[in-house]
Structures are given as C-alpha cells and as structure tokens.
Design a binder for this molecule. Structure first.
Ligand SMILES: NC(=O)c1ccc[n+]([C@@H]2O[C@H](COP(=O)([O-])OP(=O)(O)OC[C@H]3O[C@@H](n4cnc5c(N)ncnc54)[C@H](O)[C@@H]3O)[C@@H](O)[C@H]2O)c1
Length: 364
C-alpha cells in the first residue's frame, strides 16, 4: 500500500496516446484516474467506459471548476498544449504533458514560468529516456567508464503515408508546429541529448521529398555537444524499413540502441574497443533486472516524486534541451548558418514559430 493517498489524475484529449497514460495510471499505486476531458463528448464517454468509468467533461474550464483533480495529463494535439497546461498550472494542478510540449520555445518557456510561479511541477513525456538500459548507459557515460564520447549517429527512419499528413491538425505550421523533426525525430534527439548533455552548435537542413505537407518530410543535421561529441542526425517520414537508432562511439566502446518505438535490453549493445581489458568490459554489462522503456515507468516515477514532494526524476525534466536542438535545426535551415544557444535565443522569429523555408525536391 502507498504511504500517501493517491493523487487524483485527469486526462485531456482521449485519442490514441491517452490510452498509454490511462494504462500507466492504472499501474501506478500513487495515482487514480478520476476524470477525462475531450472536446468530443462521445470520445470522452467511450474512453471512460474502457478505463474504469472516470467522470467525463467536455471542457477544461468545467474540469478545473470542479476542483476534483490534482494532476492533468495533456494528451491533445500540440497546438493547444501550452494554453491547457498553463490554465491547469494556474489552477494549482501539476501537469504531465505529451511531446512535443508546445509549438515553440516561447510557449514552452511560458509553461515553465507558469509551473514556477505556481510552485507546481511540469513533466514532459519523453518515455524513451526510461528503462534500465538507458539508465545504465547514462551512468557509464556520466562516470567516464567508457571514456570520452567522440562521434554519434541518431536516426529516426519512420514511414508515414499520405493519409498521416492529411489528418486536419497535421502537416500545418499553425497546428502541428513543425514537421517530423519536431513530431517524430524529437524522441531520438531527446534520448541522444539525455545521454550526451548540453549542445554547443547545430547545422540543419529541411527537405520535402514526397509528401503533401507545409513542412519537411526529411531533415538532416549535425549537432556538436558541449562535451565535445559530434553527432549526425537524420529524421525521415519516408523510410519503408523503419528504425530508431542511436550509436555513440566513445574512446573505449561503441554503444548502440536499435529499436522502433521503445527499447528493452535486447535492443542495446556495448562493444568494447580492441584495446579494452575483457574484465573491464564485462563490468559494463547491462543489469540483470530489466525494465523496458515506456509510459508506465515514467508515470510511476513522476507520481512517486509528486506524492513525496521530491524533485521530478531526470526522465521528466529538462524538456527544453531537445526542443532547443530541434528549434536550432529549423533556425539553421532558415538562415543557412550554424546555430549556437546564443544565436538561437536571438532568432526571435524561430522562438515564436518553427516556420522555415523547406528545400522542395519533389518530382511531378
Ligand atoms: N509519447 C509518444 O510516444 C506519443 C505517441 C503518439 C502521440 N503522442 C503525442 O500525443 C499528442 C496527441 O496525439 P494523438 O496521436 O493521441 O492524437 P489524437 O488525434 O489521436 O487525439 C487527440 C484527442 O484530443 C482531442 N482534442 C483536440 N483538441 C482538443 C481540445 N482543444 N480540448 C479537448 N480535447 C481536444 C481530440 O478530440 C482527440 O480525441 C500529440 O502531442 C502527439 O505528438 C506522443
């Protein structure tokens, strides 16, 4: 039994990803799903029937006025994340927000400010940071056991057909905020940055090769990290054999993870360099107890922190770093120049909106 009463949770946006949140809440002793909200009442009712019959509301205002909730899970399309998260934080709720947290860094900054002024927590969902393998590899990198990380590759090679871009909120700057770099690649870019730390510069390009969209369907970028690692990053929505991959070559080993939407130990490999003593390399083995990445461990750890008053886990904080890197890819594509954290903060257009020119290579 938990030492504290469970926190009362609500979900706004009862579409596809809300099911992962409801399942994670059901598995968390520190949480109880008490309400759901959708602008389509039929969606909310059908969802409530599947997930233990919480109360249903057709607007966030009505939910907040009810005073029955401690934590709001924002599972709506990204165009309304900022306004919904800020309203909930100002009403005294904690917020767990799906990626991408917002449409722009300005919006994300406003959400972070709202959390700070209300002394509430804002957790952004990057569930690929979770799992025992990612934690183990981060520990090896942070301790210096693998030596300095030198060169990395980071690939999000996914396939999204024309119908995916035809969904009304997708494929438009105003409602989706960015293309696959923001919507899809941000998971792997975020995991890479969670493993390697602060970024120092980004050069990026945006390409439209095949799909009907206002944005890119492919992007390419080079990220230099402050710790002295250089990474080549490709994000594609056009790749029939799908994979999500990170490779980091350090002074003493190559670390790889090759998966699609989540990873367990079988997806990770640590290969020692030829000069490394096999006994030393044996000590890098993944832990015996395995936990796969996913919403369940993330939500469990967020609620454990909330009920105990501890800071949020590192798997749920620092959402701005990968959002900055993604914004820098758009900023660099617009200017043609290398972008640093300083120059990014001076690109006022890109701080407000990622909208950038795309190099169109489609054939008639
Ligand atoms: N973490 C992940 O792996 C992951 C995976 C898929 C989607 N997502 C993210 O989750 C979010 C939602 O994606 P989805 O695929 O579930 O979308 P979806 O279209 O399936 O569901 C969105 C729901 O929000 C409702 N909605 C829209 N506007 C609303 C409003 N103003 N107020 C209340 N309800 C509203 C819609 O009626 C719909 O039920 C996006 O930000 C997406 O990027 C994350």
């Amino acid at each position: 039994m938990p030492e504290h009463a469970p926190l009362r949770a609500a979900i706004i946006g009862t579409g596809a990803i809300a099911n992962a949140h409801a399942a994670a809440l059901a598995a968390t002793p520190d949480a109880e799903l008490v309400a759901v909200v959708d602008r389509d009442p039929a969606f909310a009712r059908a969802f409530a029937e599947r997930w233990g019959d919480p109360a249903t509301f057709d607007s966030l205002d009505a939910l907040l006025a009810s005073g029955t909730v401690d934590v709001l899970h924002v599972c709506t399309p990204p165009g309304v994340h900022a306004e919904q998260a800020i309203a909930a934080l100002d009403a005294g709720l904690h917020v767990v927000c799906e990626k991408p947290a917002a449409l722009s860094l300005d919006e994300l900054d406003a959400m972070t400010d709202a959390a700070a002024r209300n002394d509430r927590r804002l957790a952004v969902v990057f569930q690929q940071r979770t799992g025992s393998a990612a934690a183990h590899v981060r520990g090896l990198l942070d301790s210096g056991a693998l030596g300095r990380p030198l060169v990395a590759t980071c690939q999000t090679l996914w396939f999204r057909d024309p119908a995916y871009f035809a969904v009304p909120w997708r494929g438009k700057w105003a409602t989706e905020g960015g293309g696959p770099t923001l919507g899809l690649g941000i998971h792997q870019i975020d995991l890479l940055a969670w493993l390697l730390g602060d970024w120092a510069s980004v050069q990026g390009q945006l390409w439209r090769l095949a799909r009907e969209t206002q944005m890119e369907d492919v992007s390419t970028a080079v990220i230099a990290f402050a710790g002295g690692t250089v990474a080549s990053v490709v994000t594609s929505a056009l790749s029939p054999r799908e994979t999500s991959s990170i490779r980091i070559d350090t002074e003493r080993a190559t670390v790889t993870v090759d998966h699609l939407y989540g990873h367990g130990h079988e997806h990770w490999r640590i290969t020692p360099a030829p000069h490394v003593d096999p006994d030393l390399a044996a000590a890098w083995a993944l832990p015996e107890v395995e936990e796969a990445s996913g919403h369940d461990p993330l939500v469990r750890d967020i609620y454990a922190a909330l009920v105990s008053g501890r800071p949020l886990p590192s798997t749920a904080t620092d959402a701005a770093r990968s959002f900055e890197i993604v914004t820098a890819i758009y900023s660099s594509a617009a200017s043609g120049a290398m972008v640093t954290p300083d120059t990014l903060r001076r690109d006022l257009d890109r701080l407000r909106s990622l909208e950038s020119p795309i190099t169109d290579l489609r054939r008639a």
